[in-house]
Write a protein that binds this ligand. Sequence first.
Ligand code: UDP
Length: 311
Amino acid sequence: MMRKKMVLITGGAGFIGSHLCGKLLGSNYSVICLDNFITGNLENIKPFLKDRDFRLEKCNVSNYIDIPGKIDYVLHCASLASPNDYLRFPIQTLKVGSLGTHNALGLAKQKKAVFLLFSTSEVYGDPLVHPQKESYWGHVNPVGIRGCYDESKRFAEAITMAYHRVHKLDTKIVRIFNTYGPKMRHNDGRVVPNFIGQALKNKPLTVYGGGQQTRSFCYIDDLTDGLLRLMLSKEFEPVNLGNPCEFTIMQLVKLVLKLTGSKSKIVFKKLPQDDPQKRRPDITKAKKILGWKPQVSLEAGLRRTISWFKG
Ligand code: UDP
């Protein structure tokens, strides 16, 4: 029998990581999941623990990683991706983006594996170009409160390209835009789980600033579909993955109130420093080279997410 391809995923017990573990197991891959559970959750991967093709290693990828055996793909997903988390853990955020990426690249090089870096739309900062194409270099404040996340991901992209150029490593970089869905933590702090949690508890929905800032929300299943396509592609330059339908935070809050039928009020809070005013991916490249585009509308995705939060 042919050996299944082995995928190692760092941060595999997190929101995106655990969905990807499920998708990979369902697509005939073996999976090694690395997580230190700083924001990952064992519940997310519990159903996979009895699968013979799934293995969990509790470790911190900011330290040296030693994994025996053959590995075909290294997916470096580990990160503190919620502004709430990276404000609480700025040093861990910087370390996993820099040292963690270096270690994951070293592992991929040793195993002659394909490497995929999970980067972010935050590399564009508070963008002066709209929508954001991969060719845009961004507008980032290195010393602001988001700098720990943005700059560590920009470093991660730079070192990934250096390994590609110097060691001829087969690397890919995905820039992930706002993504939501089941398995997000109730206390994650990002806007979708905040609004849904608040609406379901009939607590006030907290809009930061005037709510005129925009985001473009991608449903998790659309994202994992794009990630798998990119993993198997030949593209080594960054690729945006996200949903190009753009909404103001006011539009989002009203939609969540409508779909939950909640009687909650809306309260306005201070806009955090360096909060990007607008964000929308240009996905022309992903459409062309991966044949990918999101299928799930915000309303349909929110309905599924709300019913998961209720359970
Ligand atoms: N936001 C909000 N209320 C909340 C949480 C977030 O109005 O309870 C806003 C936040 O200021 C930002 C947008 O929603 O403009 C998206 O924030 P999120 O934390 O989800 O992620 P970001 O896209 O900023 O990384």
